[in-house]
Write a protein that binds this ligand. Structure first.
Ligand SMILES: [Zn+2]
Length: 130
């Protein structure tokens, strides 16, 4: 019974958001147990949020990424660090759109999209040279 039931769209969206943000944390080598719990906290909060506003379901991945970014800033410092700029002070990437589907990490200093949320691993260590 229970385990054969298909996930609801909400659970699918939350699962996807969790997986995407964890992939980016792994790419930045910060996916430690207490950091993973920050993701769980955010997913739990966003579940409540989407239940109040179902249209926000598509925005969950970008919101979880921003929640985790904020939580890490308080405890650890900036994340994710920009892998594109080889000069200047280390700086974090931002999620764009802040509230929208298909979120990306962008560097505002270089004015570039670095990677989709969940794909930071392919950008780290293989920074575009243009
Ligand atoms: Zn940058």
């Amino acid at each position: 019974m229970g385990c054969m039931e298909p996930l609801t769209p909400l659970e699918q969206a939350l699962h996807a958001a969790r997986a995407l943000v964890l992939a980016d944390l792994v790419a930045g080598r910060v996916a430690e147990a207490d950091v993973v719990s920050l993701v769980e906290d955010s997913v739990a909060r966003r579940r409540w949020w989407v239940e109040q506003w179902p249209d926000g379901m598509r925005y969950v991945a970008g919101l979880v990424a921003q929640d985790v970014q904020d939580a890490l800033l308080e405890r650890y410092g900036r994340w994710p660090l920009c892998p594109v700029c080889a000069f200047g002070d280390p700086h974090a990437l931002d999620v764009e759109p802040e509230l929208g589907p298909d979120p990306h990490w962008v560097c505002h200093q270089a004015g570039v999209k670095v990677a989709a949320v969940g794909s930071l691993g392919s950008a780290v260590g293989g920074a575009p040279s243009s």
